[in-house]
Design a protein around this ligand. Structure first.
Ligand SMILES: Nc1ncnc2c1ncn2[C@@H]1O[C@H](COP(=O)(O)OP(=O)(O)O)[C@@H](O)[C@H]1O
Ligand SMILES: [Mg+2]
Length: 319
């Protein structure tokens, strides 16, 4: 692989198998500058993020101009069960309670967000892409909770397969969302626990990624994976995608949770959200009753915390 010193421009041809760790540091022989080399493994999520799949010689850059004030947020983590869907739903409903116009996009084949919003079996982005003159607005549904929804269904898996084979998959969502951005203040996208087609499409359509994680050791890997994808997207494609880590399902009774929380605070300093969402049985109960927290038990701790999260997001200068 060819690496170039960012300071003096000297190019080196190095066998990438010499690097045993991710993101190794090297010293330029000529100017002594020390810099990080990003080794992107073939067929990894980072390779897709860099646009190095499908034999592409150069990454595709954002083919659209987005002049709207609408803020698009992807909620993502390669780990499952870390509160992605719960965060999308409750953050979206809390923003709507502050008077914001919110579109929730279910971009996960499991369609949990769609089910929680009582639209099981509705047409999805798969159907939008199936017709050349389809208008995205026609597929957006209203809900009982002042948020709009672009649903998902199991056919979404076919969409990924088809477009990944064709190699034209990266900006499908970004291009379509442009149509409806003037109608919304916030678009919040729920993603599956992977770094594939869906997460990449979502990140490439977004201004900000919120990465929920539990305050436990094994969850930290998932956070690092997404941050690597974001770094590669910004470096290779010229995006200015920001990210924030959200500690969710926090249990202060557990010593290890406090240790990891302190670790997260020092590791992600400016990128860790102040709001911490605690482990609260009301979240699971609200799913059973199929209502967002604000409509199920607005005085619950988690409902209040999601309201704080909405306020924190409103105060962020994302665009
Ligand atoms: N703050 C919380 N307190 C308690 N349970 C939670 C909390 N957030 C999520 N859960 C529960 O954890 C499980 C996974 O949450 P979910 O939002 O579906 O995660 P993901 O979308 O990342 O897979 C669900 O059963 C949900 O009810
Ligand atoms: Mg989910």
């Amino acid at each position: 692989m060819i690496i170039t010193c960012p300071k003096c421009g000297t190019r080196y041809n190095i066998d990438k198998d010499r690097f045993t760790k991710p993101d190794p540091k090297v010293r330029c022989v000529k100017c002594k500058n020390v810099f990080v080399v990003r080794v992107v493994k073939k067929d990894s999520p980072e390779a897709a993020a860099a646009g190095l799949q499908s034999g592409q010689s150069a990454p595709v850059r954002r083919p659209i101009v987005d002049n709207s004030p609408c803020v698009t947020v992807t909620v993502c983590n390669q780990k499952g069960g870390v509160s992605k869907t719960s965060t999308c739903l409750n953050l979206g409903v809390s923003l709507a309670a502050q008077g914001k116009k919110v579109l929730l996009v279910d971009f996960d084949v499991q369609a949990n967000l769609t089910n929680l919003l009582h639209h099981h079996g509705a047409k999805s982005f798969f159907d939008v892409m199936g017709s050349s003159d389809a208008k995205l607005a026609d597929y957006i549904l209203s809900t009982d909770y002042n948020v709009s929804l672009l649903p998902s269904n199991s056919k979404m898996a076919l969409l990924a397969k088809k477009h990944m084979q064709q190699g034209d998959f990266e900006y499908l969502l970004a291009e379509k969302l442009i149509e409806v951005k003037p109608q919304f203040d916030y678009i919040i996208i729920d993603t599956p626990p992977s770094g594939d087609f869906f997460t990449l499409n979502s990140l490439l359509a977004s201004d900000l990624a919120i990465i929920p994680t539990q305050s436990e050791y094994l969850s930290l890997n998932g956070v690092e994976h997404i941050i690597r994808m974001i770094t590669v997207i910004n470096e290779k494609r010229g995006h200015g995608l920001k990210y924030k880590v959200l500690v969710a399902m926090y249990n202060q009774e557990i010593t290890a949770a406090n240790v990891i929380l302190n670790k997260l605070k020092s590791k992600y300093a400016g990128n860790l959200l102040d709001t911490v969402v605690t482990m609260d049985g009301a979240v699971q109960e609200s799913h059973i009753t199929q209502k967002p927290l604000l409509f199920y038990k607005k005085e619950s701790k988690a409902a209040q915390e999601y309201m704080s999260l909405a306020n924190e997001l409103l105060a962020l200068n994302v665009k």
